[in-house]
Ligand binder design. Structure first.
Ligand code: ATP
Ligand code: MG
Length: 492
């Protein structure tokens, strides 16, 4: 029992302790719950505070972003202001330089002003003396006008005298003259050395029967150039400018250089022939005439006579038709539908010559691969008027590239080629006869016997100038001596 009492006692003690502890725990719980209450209150307070703070925060954020925006705007402004400042500084520097320059220029102006004033004084002085001089000259004006008038008159008279003298020289030399050109050997030929040239007018020809001499008005050797020939030929071109009709022929054996001499290997360089050179000379000369009040119109035509028919060489071959002749009064001859093209400068004839070449009848013979099988006639018509002096002139310059004389056997001609060759030789024979008749001053001249002489009648008749250039290659044929003897035929 004691034990139990002791145990009870102990349990009571323990209970007391526990109650004490419970009391303590309750006190603690009470304390804790009061603290909890406090804390809940505090939490509520804090919640209120938190929502307040959140609001504050969002307000602050708004203010911050507004401020940030402001800041951005302000920094943009600052950049612009800085750039503006830089630009203004630069402008200021430029203005300073300009200011300096203006100052320099003002100094220069002041210096020039000083000089100009001095010069103006001297110009004023000169002006006065010039005025005095003008007054003096004006008083002399009627006298001077009279002198100028007399000088113009004298110049016209001198021109007439020069023309007359030139014509006299031409007449003395012979209205019909014969030149001779011996062409150089071609690469394909064997030189046989037939010709010797003791002088400009004499040629020695070596034959089986010895050496024979022939005389011409001028002889050109194989070494002579196109230029050398034109120098001698240009005086008849001058006659055309002076108002005389001129006819220049290239006559000779086939392949002896007639087309080469008349047209040239081309129309531009040193190999250009007599036709382009004559046109150049005419245009060069009329410049001088223009200064004296002359106005010129220059036209060109080109025709060929093939098998006794006339064709325009400036009309394409496909459209070609036979042209008709009509004999007018005196020595006038009209060729219907023949094109006359206005030529304004020397270069204008180049396409015309090319066109004429395309349309000309050529063929290959045994002697020449590009043989001209027709006679071609290039004519330049010159018409001049002088409004000041009321003078006028007209003339024509015919440049004729004849078809080559050819031995029928040599040319191996048959059929059409035979007819061509016969026609060529026949018309050449008539040409020689007509020129002989002109030289002998016959009353009747047989112009109408061939188309060639009919076409050329205006350029052969009257006081026309005729220049026959004969051509030779270093080869004998039956025409060789006949052509060499032309100088005798044409002697007046
Ligand atoms: N002075 C020259 N210098 C160099 N070559 C020339 C000379 N003369 C003619 N020839 C050449 O000789 C050849 C024959 O000349 P061209 O055709 O002018 O003869 P042609 O007398 O007109 O002959 P055809 O009567 O057959 O028409 C051509 O190849 C030409 O280039
Ligand atoms: Mg020819």
């Amino acid at each position: 029992m004691q034990d139990l009492q002791q145990q009870l006692q102990k349990a009571e003690q323990r209970n007391e302790k526990l109650e004490e502890k419970l009391e303590q725990a309750n006190a603690k719980i009470r304390e804790t719950s009061s603290t909890q209450n406090d804390m809940a209150i505090e939490k509520e307070k804090l919640k209120v505070q938190l929502s307040h703070t959140a609001k504050l925060q969002s307000k602050l954020d708004e203010e911050k972003s507004a401020l940030q925006k402001n800041l951005n705007e302000m920094s943009g402004d600052v950049i612009m202001k800085r750039a503006e400042r830089e630009r203004m500084l630069q402008e200021l520097a430029e203005m300073k330089t300009l200011q300096q320059r203006v100052q320099d220029q003002q100094q220069e102006i002041a210096r020039l002003k000083g000089r100009t004033m001095g010069e103006m004084d001297s110009v004023r002085g000169e002006n006065i003396s010039l005025k005095q001089r003008v007054q003096f000259l004006e008083s002399k004006n009627p006298e001077l006008e009279q002198i100028i008038k007399e000088l113009r008159l004298k110049q016209r008279e001198d021109m007439k005298i020069r023309r007359k003298l030139h014509n006299k020289i031409m007449e003395l030399k012979g209205n019909i003259r014969v030149f001779c050109r011996v062409r150089p050997f071609l690469m394909t030929e064997e030189p046989i050395g037939v010709f010797k040239f003791p002088s400009y007018e004499k040629v020695d020809v070596k034959t089986d029967n010895g050496v024979n001499s022939y005389e011409f008005n001028r002889i050109f050797q194989p070494t002579d150039t196109q230029e050398d020939i034109f120098i001698e030929v240009q005086e008849v071109v001058q006659s055309a400018l002076d108002g005389y009709n001129v006819c220049m022929f290239a006559y000779g054996q086939t392949s002896s250089g007639k087309t080469y001499t008349m047209e040239g290997a081309n129309f531009v360089d040193h190999k250009r022939g007599l036709i382009p050179r004559s046109v150049e000379k005419i245009f060069a000369e009329i410049q001088d005439f223009n200064l004296r009040g002359w106005e010129y119109e220059i036209k060109m035509s080109a025709l060929q006579i093939y098998n006794e028919d006339i064709y325009d060489l400036l009309t394409p071959h496909e459209e070609r038709k036979k042209l008709k002749l009509q004999f007018g009064k005196e020595n006038d001859v009209k060729i219907h539908d023949l094109k006359q093209v206005v030529v304004n400068c020397p270069q204008d004839i180049h396409p015309l010559l090319k066109e004429a070449n395309r349309n000309r009848a050529t063929g290959s013979t045994d002697a020449n691969a590009q043989s001209s099988r027709s006679h071609s006639v290039f004519t330049l018509y010159l018409k001049g008027t002088n409004a000041q002096t009321r003078e006028s002139m007209s003339s024509r310059l015919c440049l004729v590239d004849l078809a080559g004389s050819e031995r029928l056997k040599h040319s191996n001609a048959q059929g059409d080629r035979l007819r061509e060759t016969q026609n060529i030789n026949k018309s050449l024979h008539h040409l020689k006869t007509v020129i002989k008749e002109i030289g002998s001053k016959n009353k009747h001249i047989g112009y109408r016997n061939s188309k060639l002489t009919s076409v050329l009648r205006p350029s052969l008749a009257g006081d026309s100038k005729v220049l026959m250039v004969t051509f030779f290659s270093d080869e004998f044929d039956c025409f060789f001596f006949e052509i060499l003897n032309l100088h005798v035929i044409f002697e007046q």
